[in-house]
Design a protein around this ligand. Structure first.
Ligand SMILES: *[C@@H]1O[C@H](CO)[C@@H](O)[C@H](O)[C@H]1NC(C)=O
Ligand SMILES: *[C@@H]1O[C@H](CO)[C@@H](O)[C@H](O)[C@H]1NC(C)=O
Ligand SMILES: *[C@@H]1O[C@H](CO)[C@@H](O)[C@H](O)[C@H]1NC(C)=O
Ligand SMILES: *[C@@H]1O[C@H](CO)[C@@H](O)[C@H](O)[C@H]1NC(C)=O
Ligand SMILES: *[C@@H]1O[C@H](CO)[C@@H](O)[C@H](O)[C@H]1NC(C)=O
Ligand SMILES: *[C@@H]1O[C@H](CO)[C@@H](O)[C@H](O)[C@H]1NC(C)=O
Ligand SMILES: *[C@@H]1O[C@H](CO)[C@@H](O)[C@H](O)[C@H]1NC(C)=O
Ligand SMILES: *[C@@H]1O[C@H](CO)[C@@H](O)[C@H](O)[C@H]1NC(C)=O
Ligand SMILES: *[C@@H]1O[C@H](CO)[C@@H](O)[C@H](O)[C@H]1NC(C)=O
Ligand SMILES: *[C@@H]1O[C@H](CO)[C@@H](O)[C@H](O)[C@H]1NC(C)=O
Ligand SMILES: *[C@@H]1O[C@H](CO)[C@@H](O)[C@H](O)[C@H]1NC(C)=O
Ligand SMILES: *[C@@H]1O[C@H](CO)[C@@H](O)[C@H](O)[C@H]1NC(C)=O
Length: 464
C-alpha cells in the first residue's frame, strides 16, 4: 500500500515535471486566444484554463520535455486575426489553423519562424500580400510544408520570401488571387520541393525555363490562371513529375514528341482548355504510368496514335472538342482499363471500335458529335458498369437494334442518343424490358415516327 502510494506520487511528480509548459508559452497562447473575436473563440475561453498546464489544453501538444510542439486548431470556428505572439512558442513545429474564419494578414513572425516545419492556414479569410522577408539572411528556414490555399491573398509572390524557404517540400497557394509570374524560382531555393500547387490564381506570363531545376518535383499544378506561350523545353527536364496540370490557361504550341517522353513518370497530364495545336505524338504510348489524359478544348488535330493502346494504366481520357480525325479503331483499347472516355466533338469516322467493349469497367462514354456510322456491336453488353452514354449526332442507324443491345447495359442512368436514326420508327415491342435505372433519356431531333411507346412508361426512375 505504502509502496503503491509512493510510486503514484513519484509518477505524478514525474508527469508534472516533464510535461508542464513554460509561463512564456502559456501567455503566448492566452494572447492568441484573447485576440480571437468573442463569438469565434471555439470555446477556448472555457477549455484553456489559465492556471493549468497548457500542455493539457485542447489542441496543444508538447514534447516529453514539456515544450509546445503542435498547435492543431483546425475546424474550430475561430474568428479574428492571427497575432504574432504564437511565434513566441519557440519550440513550435506544427501549426494547423485550417478551416476557420481567420482574417487579416499572415504574420511575418510565423511565416518566417525559426522552428515551424508545417504551417497550414488553408481555408480562411486571410488577405493582403504575402509578407516579404525584410532583413535578408542566408540561413534557411526549417519550413517544409506551407499551405496557404483558399484564402484571399493577392499581389505578386515575393522572391525574398521564397529565398529563405530552403527546406520547402510542399507549397500550396491555390485558390487565392496572386498575380504576376509564377514563383518558378522556388526550385532554385528549395531543391527538395515535391509539390507546387498554384492553381486558381491570376498568375500570368509564360512558363519559366527555371522549372528545369525542379528535379524532385512530382506535382505541378497551375490550372485556371492566365498563363500564355509555349510549354518550354526546360519544363520537361523536371523528369520526376507525376502530375502536370495546366488546364484553363492560354498555352499555345504543340506537344513535342521527344520532350513528352522524358516525363515518363507522368500519371496525370492535364492540358485541357488551352490553345494547343498539333497531334498527340506516338511517344505518348511510352508513358507507361499514365492514368489520366486531359486534352479537351484545344485546337489539336490529326489521327490518334495507335501507340495510345500501350498506355495500359489509362483510366481517364478526354480529348473532347478538338479536330481529331480518322478511324478511332486505329487504337486498340482492349489492354486499357478505361473508366471514363470522352471523344466527343471531333471528326472521328468509322464504327465504334470493337476493342472499347473490352474495357469492362467503363462508366462513362461520350462519342457524340463525330462522324461515326453503323450499329452497335452485341459486345456492348460487356459494359455492365456503363452508366452514361452519349452518341448524339448523325452517326447511328436502326434504333430498334440499338435499344435491344443497349438494354443489356443495366446500369445505364443517362442515355443520350438524339439526332440519329433519321426517320426511323420507334419500336413499341415489349421485348424492350431493360433500362430499369434510366434517369435521363434524350432521343431528340431524329426525327422518329410512330407512337410514343408504352415501354417508356415502365421506366420508373426516369426523371428527364
Ligand atoms: C513575445 O515575445 C516578445 C519579445 O520576446 C515580447 O515582447 C512579447 O511580450 C511576447 N508576447 C507574448 C504574448 O508573450
Ligand atoms: C466564452 O465565450 C462564449 C462565446 O463567446 C461566451 O458565451 C462565454 O460567456 C465565454 N465564457 C467565459 C467563461 O468567458
Ligand atoms: C492568467 O495568468 C497570467 C499569468 O499567470 C496572469 O497575469 C493573468 O492575469 C491571468 N489571467 C486571468 C484572466 O486569470
Ligand atoms: C490540418 O488539418 C486538416 C483538418 O481540418 C487536415 O485535413 C490537414 O491535413 C492538416 N494539415 C496538415 C498539414 O497536416
Ligand atoms: C495543406 O497542404 C498540405 C501539403 O500538401 C497537406 O498535407 C494538407 O493536408 C493540406 N491541408 C488541407 C486542409 O487540405
Ligand atoms: C491544395 O489545396 C486545395 C484546397 O485549397 C486542394 O483542393 C488541393 O488538392 C491542394 N493541392 C494538392 C496538390 O494537394
Ligand atoms: C489575362 O490576360 C489577358 C491578355 O493578356 C488580359 O486581357 C486579361 O485581363 C487577363 N485576365 C486576368 C484575369 O488577369
Ligand atoms: C535539360 O536536359 C537536357 C538533357 O538532359 C540537358 O542537355 C539540358 O542542359 C537541361 N537543361 C537545363 C536548363 O537544365
Ligand atoms: C507497344 O509497346 C511494344 C513493346 O513495349 C512495342 O513493341 C510496340 O511497338 C508498341 N506499340 C505501339 C503501337 O507503339
Ligand atoms: C450500378 O451502379 C451502382 C451505383 O453507381 C453500383 O453501386 C452498382 O454496383 C452497379 N451495378 C453494376 C451491376 O454495375
Ligand atoms: C434493325 O435491326 C434488327 C435486329 O436487331 C433487324 O431485324 C432489322 O432488320 C434491322 N433493320 C434494318 C432496317 O436494318
Ligand atoms: C412493364 O413491366 C411489366 C412488369 O415488368 C411487364 O409485365 C409489362 O409487359 C411491361 N410493359 C411494357 C409496355 O413493356
Amino acid at each position: 500500500m505504502l509502496f503503491c502510494s509512493l510510486a503514484f506520487v513519484l509518477l505524478l511528480s514525474f508527469v508534472s515535471l516533464s510535461t508542464s509548459c513554460t509561463e512564456q508559452e502559456r501567455s503566448s497562447l492566452i494572447d492568441f486566444r484573447d485576440g480571437l473575436s468573442p463569438e469565434g473563440n471555439g470555446g477556448l475561453n472555457v477549455s484553456w484554463i489559465n492556471s493549468t498546464d497548457c500542455c493539457q489544453w485542447e489542441g496543444i501538444f508538447c514534447s516529453t520535455g514539456g515544450v509546445v510542439t503542435d498547435v492543431l486548431l483546425d475546424s474550430e470556428g475561430l474568428k479574428g486575426s492571427i497575432p504574432p505572439s504564437l511565434s513566441n512558442l519557440t519550440g513550435l513545429l506544427r501549426l494547423n489553423l485550417s478551416r476557420n474564419s481567420l482574417e487579416g494578414s499572415l504574420p511575418a513572425e510565423l511565416l518566417f519562424s525559426n522552428s515551424i516545419l508545417v504551417l497550414d492556414v488553408s481555408f480562411n479569410y486571410l488577405s493582403g500580400p504575402l509578407q516579404e522577408r525584410r532583413q535578408s539572411s542566408n540561413s534557411g528556414l526549417p519550413l517544409q510544408v506551407l499551405n496557404i490555399s483558399s484564402n484571399f491573398f493577392k499581389g505578386q509572390f515575393p522572391s525574398t520570401t521564397l529565398e529563405v524557404m530552403k527546406n520547402l517540400v510542399a507549397l500550396n497557394a491555390s485558390n487565392n488571387s496572386f498575380t504576376g509570374s509564377m514563383p518558378s524560382s522556388v526550385c532554385n531555393y528549395a531543391p527538395s520541393i515535391a509539390m507546387l500547387d498554384l492553381s486558381l490564381n491570376e498568375f500570368s506570363g509564360t512558363i519559366s525555363p527555371e522549372f528545369a531545376s525542379c528535379s524532385m518535383l512530382k506535382v505541378l499544378k497551375a490550372g485556371h490562371n492566365n498563363l500564355t506561350g509555349l510549354l518550354p523545353h526546360e519544363l520537361f527536364n523536371a523528369t520526376s513529375l507525376e502530375q502536370l496540370s495546366f488546364p484553363n490557361n492560354d498555352l499555345r504550341g504543340i506537344l513535342d514528341a521527344s520532350n513528352l517522353v522524358r516525363l515518363n513518370n507522368l500519371i496525370i497530364l492535364d492540358l485541357g482548355s488551352n490553345g494547343l495545336s498539333g497531334n498527340i505524338p506516338d511517344s505518348m504510348g511510352q508513358l507507361s504510368r499514365l492514368e489520366e489524359l486531359h486534352l479537351d478544348n484545344n485546337l489539336m488535330s490529326g489521327e490518334l496514335p495507335s501507340a495510345l493502346g500501350n498506355c495500359t494504366g489509362l483510366r481517364y481520357i478526354t480529348i473532347r472538342n478538338n479536330s481529331f480525325m480518322g478511324d478511332l479503331s486505329r487504337v486498340n483499347f482492349s489492354r486499357l482499363d478505361l473508366r471514363t472516355a470522352d471523344f466527343s466533338m471531333n471528326y472521328f469516322t468509322g464504327t465504334v471500335p470493337e476493342s472499347i467493349y473490352a474495357c469492362s469497367n467503363l462508366i462513362a462514354l461520350r462519342l457524340s458529335f463525330n462522324k461515326f456510322h453503323g450499329q452497335f456491336s452485341p459486345s456492348i453488353a460487356n459494359l455492365r458498369f456503363l452508366s452514361f452514354l452519349s452518341i448524339a449526332n448523325k452517326s447511328f442507324t436502326n434504333i430498334t437494334d440499338a435499344l435491344h443491345k443497349l438494354k443489356s447495359c443495366s446500369n445505364l442512368t443517362s442515355l443520350l442518343i438524339g439526332t440519329n436514326f433519321n426517320g426511323e420508327t420507334i419500336p413499341k415491342d415489349e421485348a424492350i424490358d431493360g433500362f430499369g435505372n434510366l434517369q435521363v433519356l434524350t432521343i431528340d431531333s431524329c426525327p422518329l415516327v410512330g407512337k410514343i411507346p408504352l415501354w417508356i412508361s415502365n421506366l420508373t426512375k426516369l426523371e428527364m
